[in-house]
Design a protein. Structure first.
Length: 135
C-alpha cells in the first residue's frame, strides 16, 4: 500500500501510472521470453510474444483490479490462476470450450485476446475512476 502511495506522489497521472506499469512489465516479460527461448531451446522466433501478451494482459488486469479494490493482491490473482488451470483441464482438451478463451491455455488466440483486452480495459477503468486511496 505504501508503494502505491509513493508512485502516486510522482508527477504522473493515474493513466500514465497504469500505462507505464503495464508496458514496463510487458517489456520485462518479452525480454525474459526471448532470452529464455534463445538460450534454452535455441528458438529465435517471436511467435510466443502474442501468447505472452495475452497472458500478461489478463493477469495484469486481475492484479490491478485486486490492488485497486484493496483485496489481497497476491492471493486473488493466484486463486484466479488456479481456477483457470482447473477449468482448462476438465475433460478432454478437444471438447473443453473454456480453453478457447482462457488467458492461460489460449487455444483460440483471437478469443483469448478479446478476453484479455476486456479484463485489462475493465481494470483500467476501475483504476482511473476509483479515487479512494487505500493506505
Amino acid at each position: 500500500k505504501n508503494s502505491l502511495k509513493k508512485i502516486l506522489w510522482l508527477p504522473l497521472s493515474r493513466v500514465e501510472t497504469f500505462v507505464f506499469s503495464f508496458f514496463f512489465g510487458l517489456f520485462l516479460s518479452f525480454f525474459a521470453a526471448v532470452i529464455g527461448n534463445t538460450f534454452l531451446f535455441g528458438n529465435t522466433g517471436f511467435g510466443i510474444l502474442l501468447e505472452i501478451t495475452i497472458f500478461y494482459s489478463a493477469y495484469f488486469g486481475i492484479l490491478m483490479l485486486a490492488t485497486t479494490k484493496g483485496v489481497d493482491n497476491i492471493t486473488f490473482p493466484v486463486i484466479f490462476l488456479i481456477v483457470d488451470l482447473i477449468a482448462g483441464s476438465i475433460g478432454d482438451p478437444a471438447t473443453n470450450k473454456y480453453q478457447l478463451f482462457s488467458p492461460l491455455y489460449h487455444k483460440n488466440l483471437h478469443y483469448s485476446l478479446v478476453v484479455a483486452i476486456l479484463i485489462l480495459l475493465i481494470s483500467f477503468t476501475v483504476y482511473i475512476l476509483d479515487r479512494k486511496e487505500k493506505w
